[in-house]
Every structure is written in structure tokens, then in C-alpha cells.
Design a protein around this ligand. Structure first.
Ligand code: BES
Ligand code: MN
Ligand code: MN
Length: 486
């Protein structure tokens, strides 16, 4: 665990992280005085800020009371707290061998700077190492934020730590190998966090799933030896008696494609197909840990999608909790089917708004930095996009297109689970169009997060290494925080 503190002047330490803003160093005078060297001319000779040279570690060769100066660029296209957070992530990854790290990063920002730097440093220090024999754990256990303007930074330090450690919990859930993370196992890990956070959990399994009408979850989970379940987690910090917010998450603990078996290249990242449920869990836990004055419920639809002898089949018809029926066309379009009953269940409580998060379509994404959002309520959609942009967890809206419902018509049921193939596919729109049938008139938004859930080799950057990102959990937490405020 890393402890964060603030100080007005530079303490004795092992390394000092100094930000570079458009070729200028920020808050580096004390560092220069301690070194007896001017940093800007040194820095001009170094490329800083590209993904190839994200942070520069300069040894001080015994000339100062710290062993290294670490120069880290704040990307000019990421103003304010977003750039600071990213710089702190990059710096933390470069500083793992130093025990006590000081930084003048907050001096390059204003409101929200402390929280962003604490959050970034904690996200940057994340590593998923539990399956390695040889682990080099980070040595960093103390970070001092050096800023003459700071007096009491305890609250932003606590908040930044909560957001980042909750995000890292989500990353752990998503990174876990599928053999070690079955539906019930994920539910137990999440439920195990609720009491300590001030939330409650209700697990629905076995017969009860059927009795409560979660037919889609039962159908999708049928082909696996590991049974499906629904976990409901709830946090109630409401003082004013408003209705709750409901979040629903796709939690496919492994998506093999079912009887429409995926080829290996497509299957190899499918342990991440529960990232929506993991982000929803993180959002509810985050709200509880931040003690936000609102009510929020998370519904996690957890199942394996496997081609076992009792697997669901093309041609099957599923009758969902709200009476709507689905004809199964593709056993690989399972996410919408597990979400259907859960959304119908969520809508019954008449929430103020409902948001679902799902790695729903491979073809519907906007690349690894932007989740797609579609919804019935423009204000809700805007609030989610704005929240995401404040914290560097960005989204972009795609249209709901009612006329495209014709592609979801079935000859024997109310809906089919995958759209009639059109020459020009629109998978994210069809997915959202299908889910729309289960939310009634509750203001609703759907986040398609396939592309943002995890970074591959090709997608990795200095801030985000290969593996789970937790996205969109930070956008959701920020949205809940802004909702609680106003
Ligand atoms: N989990 C996948 C979507 C996905 C693909 C997520 C790649 C992340 C990376 C989903 O269940 C799926 O298989 N979707 C199909 C579309 C469906 C309509 C058959 C797809 O993307 O091909
Ligand atoms: Mn899937
Ligand atoms: Mn699938």
C-alpha cells in the first residue's frame, strides 16, 4: 500500500517527479536548487512525452538528497486534471524501484489536481502479478505531493485512493483467468467487498433464477458445468427519498461463442466478457466507499457461454421475465440475452435512471479509448459522456434508430437475438435496439465497452499496459458523484 502526504517544501526522498508542460518544467525550482543544475536546458535534449519516451529517469549521481529526477510530460492535448492523471500514471510506472517518491505534479494544475495525481499514481502502480513465480513488487510506499499552495489535502487524497483502488479491483476481476473466475466465484468476490464498503448483496442461483424469471441467464448458462447467477448489490446513502439509480452489467465469465464457437483469435480475450459486470460492481462499491448521498443498485448477470451438451441452440425460444420472447439465432449474441431479464427486473423498481454496461459487440466499438453510448434519455447520455471526459474515461454517442427494429423481427417470437444480416452491419445499434425492449419507459442508456475493457499489445500505451483497464468504472463513479451533488 502506498501512503500519500502533502508538504509545502521538498523533503528528503529517493526520487522527485517533475512535470514538463509544453517544454517548460513546473515547480522544479527547489529541485534545481538542490541539484545546482538548471533542468530546462537538460530537458530540451530529451524527447519526453511520446509513448517511446514517456518518462525520463535522470540519476543525480550523488549530487542531491534524492537519487533521481524523473521528468514526465503532460500531454498538451489533455488539459487539466486529465493530463495530470495520465502523467502520474506514467511516472508511477517509471518509479517502482524508489521507496519514497516526491512530486511537484500538482503545481501544474488547480482544482482536482491532488485527487487526479493520487488516482493516477495508484492506477499506474497497478500490476497483475499473482500468476508469476518471479515478482518484482513496486518498492514505492510513500508519495509526497510537494506544493506550497496545499494545506489540508486529506479529503482529495482519500477520494483519489478510493476511485483508483476500486478501479484496480475491477481490473483484478477482469484479468483473472477464466478457470479461476466462474460466475459464482466472481459473485462471491464482489459480495465479499460489499459489507466493508457499506453496501448489501443478494445472490440468486439455481432454481431461484428460474422462479424469478431470469430465463435468459438460465438459457445462456446451460452449456456450462459452472452455473449462472444474478448478483444484486445495493447501496443506500439517500437522504432526500429519491428513487434509486440502477446499473446492470454483462458478466459473461467466458464467451466461447457457444455452439457458434469463436475462432481462437476471437476467443483469446473472452475472459474479459464480464468487464461490464465488473465495472458495475466497482461503481456501486465506489459510491458506497465515497459515501455519496444517493441510492444505487448494481445487477450483475453472470454466466459462462459454452457449447456443452445442454447448451442453448439456434431455434430455441426464451420467454423473459417481462413476457417478451426471444428466438435464438446466434448463440454468440449472448450478452443481450442475459441482460434482457435483468433490465426488465431493474425497470420494475421504477428507478430514476437505468444504465447497462456490456462488452456487447466487437464491431460496434470506437477503439480502445472511447466507449460507445446509446440511450433513450439525452440528458442521461450527456451526463455520462461529460462525466467520462472529466476523468479521461471517454465515451461517444451513437444513435438509437427505431426503424432498424425491422432487423430484429422474428418469424415465431417477439424478437430475434441477432439482427438479420444487412449488407452493412450496425451491431452496436442492433444490440441497443434489442435491449430497448426490456427497459420500458425508464430513462436508460447502454454502454458498449468491448473495445475499452482491455488493452492488447497493439493498444498498450505508457499509461495503460496490456490487460484490463477497468473502463468505464471511473466514468460511472464520476457520474454518480455529479448526480449526488446536484
Ligand atoms: N463478447 C462478444 C463481443 C466482443 C467481441 C467483445 C470482441 C470484445 C471483443 C459478443 O458476445 C459477441 O460475440 N458479439 C458478436 C455479435 C453478435 C451479434 C453475434 C460479435 O461481436 O461478433
Ligand atoms: Mn459476449
Ligand atoms: Mn458472444
Amino acid at each position: 500500500m502506498v501512503t500519500f502526504e502533502s508538504a509545502r517544501t521538498l523533503p528528503d526522498c529517493d526520487a522527485v517527479v517533475v512535470p514538463v508542460v509544453e517544454g517548460r518544467i513546473e515547480g522544479g525550482r527547489e529541485v534545481e536548487a538542490a541539484l545546482g543544475v538548471e533542468l530546462e536546458p537538460v530537458m530540451r535534449d530529451l524527447a519526453t512525452g511520446s509513448d517511446d519516451a514517456p518518462a525520463r529517469v535522470l540519476p543525480t549521481l550523488g549530487r542531491a538528497r534524492f537519487r533521481a529526477v524523473v521528468l514526465v510530460a503532460i500531454p498538451p492535448d489533455r488539459p487539466g486534471a486529465v493530463g495530470l492523471r495520465e502523467a502520474a500514471m506514467v511516472a508511477a510506472r517509471a518509479c517502482g524501484s524508489f521507496r519514497h517518491v516526491s512530486t511537484t505534479l500538482t503545481q501544474a494544475g488547480d482544482t482536482g489536481a491532488v485527487e487526479a495525481v493520487v488516482e493516477g499514481a495508484t492506477l499506474g502502480a497497478y500490476a497483475f502479478d499473482r500468476y508469476r513465480r518471479e515478482v518484482e513488487p513496486s518498492a514505492t510506499d510513500l508519495v509526497t505531493l510537494v506544493d506550497p499552495r496545499l494545506s489540508d489535502a486529506d479529503v482529495p487524497i482519500a477520494n483519489g485512493s478510493i476511485v483508483a483502488s476500486t478501479t484496480n479491483f475491477v481490473r483484478d476481476l477482469v484479468n483473472a483467468p477464466p478457470a479461476d473466475a466462474p460466475p459464482l466465484g466472481v459473485a462471491e468476490l464482489v459480495a465479499g467487498e460489499t459489507a466493508g464498503a457499506g453496501a448489501t448483496a443478494r445472490l440468486v442461483t439455481g432454481e431461484a433464477l428460474e422462479q424469478e424469471g431470469f430465463a435468459g441467464l438460465v438459457a445462456v448458462g446451460a452449456g456450462s458445468h459452472r452455473p449462472p447467477c444474478m448478483l444484486e448489490i445495493a447501496y443506500d446513502g439517500e437522504a432526500s427519498g429519491r428513487a434509486p439509480l440502477v446499473l446492470a452489467g454483462k458478466g459473461i465469465t467466458f464467451d466461447s461463442g457457444g455452439l457458434d464457437l469463436k475462432p481462437l483469435e476471437a476467443m483469446v480475450t473472452m475472459k474479459q466478457d464480464m468487464a461490464g459486470a465488473a465495472a458495475v460492481a466497482g461503481a456501486v462499491l465506489g459510491a458506497a466507499r465515497l459515501e455519496l448521498p444517493l441510492r444505487v443498485t448494481g445487477l450483475l448477470a453472470l454466466a459462462d457461454n459454452m457449447p456443452g451438451g445442454s447448451a442453448w441452440k439456434p431455434g430455441d425460444v426464451i420467454r423473459h421475465r417481462n413476457g417478451i420472447s426471444t428466438e435464438v439465432i446466434s448463440p454468440d449474441a449472448e450478452g443481450r440475452v442475459v441482460l434482457a431479464d435483468v433490465l426488465a427486473y431493474g425497470a420494475e423498481s421504477r428507478p430514476r435512471a437505468m444504465v447497462d454496461v456490456a462488452t456487447l459487440t466487437g464491431g460496434g466499438g470506437l477503439g480502445p479509448e472511447i466507449w460507445a453510448i446509446l440511450g433513450t434519455d439525452p440528458e442521461l447520455v450527456d451526463a455520462l459522456i461529460e462525466a467520462g471526459s472529466r476523468v479521461g474515461d471517454d465515451g461517444w454517442q451513437l444513435p438509437m434508430w427505431p426503424a432498424y427494429r425491422r432487423y430484429l423481427r422474428s418469424s415465431i417470437a417477439d424478437l430475434r437475438n441477432s439482427a438479420r444480416s444487412s449488407r452493412y452491419g450496425m451491431p452496436a445499434l442492433s444490440g441497443a435496439g434489442y435491449l430497448r425492449a426490456f427497459v420500458g419507459d425508464v430513462p436508460w442508456a447502454h454502454l458498449d465497452t468491448s473495445a475499452v475493457a482491455g488493452r492488447t499489445d497493439a493498444d498498450a500505451t505508457a499509461a495503460w499496459p496490456v490487460g484490463a483497464t477497468g473502463s468505464p468504472v471511473r466514468a460511472l463513479i464520476e457520474w454518480l458523484r455529479s448526480d449526488a451533488q446536484g
